[in-house]
Design a protein around this ligand. Sequence first.
Ligand SMILES: [Zn+2]
Length: 59
Amino acid sequence: MNDSVKQMNMGVILCRHCNAQVDTVDTDRIATFYGVCDQPECRELHSRLDVPGVVMDEE
Ligand SMILES: [Zn+2]
């Protein structure tokens, strides 16, 4: 419905296990987030580790 949406995907979500780019997010500055990609190995690793789904790493 919003045909004036801007493509300002300056944030990127990387897989914490294999560093693949999972997605991009709209941020007003460069930012990197860590999540988990769709690879079965990464899903499995993630399910074993008791870690948050997405954490910020803005250092
Ligand atoms: Zn992965």
